[in-house]
Write a new protein. Structure first.
Length: 168
């Protein structure tokens, strides 16, 4: 009779204690799309607001409020600087300037950033370096979907895999 009571109690204790072991995922999602008719690469980035602000604070030693009601023009400038330093693209081996266009907040916790690279003719290779938030959390993973010339590829960027060269 004691065994009948002890096993369910142990099971309930295990389940209740394991429910407090919350593990947060550190993931960013990026879409890089070549629009041949516009001779442009369009970039969409989805990043968690709190993780981004923590990374900005760690890197620049300044409290930021990007994607919140307290956001300042200085916060937006730091965001643009951070994106430029941590997300780069080379076309046929040449670095291309990425122009930040705009941003919006989705579901109060995801920041969506829109950027582009203009004047891109047909290319043979694209090299993407994506280290966003990796310097803040070694568990950060950046999933990047690349669409060009009718093909779609996905690359996972992590602390140990920060750069990828795709050939067409």
């Amino acid at each position: 009779m004691k065994k009948i009571l002890i096993y369910p109690l142990i099971g309930i204790l295990f389940l209740s204690l394991s429910s407090f072991a919350f593990h947060k995922f550190y993931v960013g999602v990026f879409q890089v799309e070549y629009a041949a008719e516009k001779k442009m690469i369009q970039i969409t980035s989805r990043i968690f607001v709190d993780d981004l602000n923590n990374a900005l604070e760690k890197k620049y030693h300044k409290k930021t409020f990007v994607g919140t009601e307290k956001e300042t023009p200085a916060d937006l400038d730091l965001l643009k600087k951070y994106l430029a330093e941590n997300f780069t693209i080379k076309i046929n081996g040449q670095s291309k300037p990425i122009t930040f266009l705009s941003k919006e907040v989705e579901s109060d916790d995801v920041l969506i950033c829109y950027s582009r690279i203009k004047d891109i003719d047909k290319f043979k290779s694209i090299e993407i370096s994506n280290t966003l938030l990796v310097d803040w959390s070694s568990e950060q993973q950046n999933i990047t979907h690349i669409s060009a010339f009718g093909t779609k590829r996905s690359v996972l960027f992590t602390e140990s895999s920060r750069k990828e060269l795709l050939k067409y």
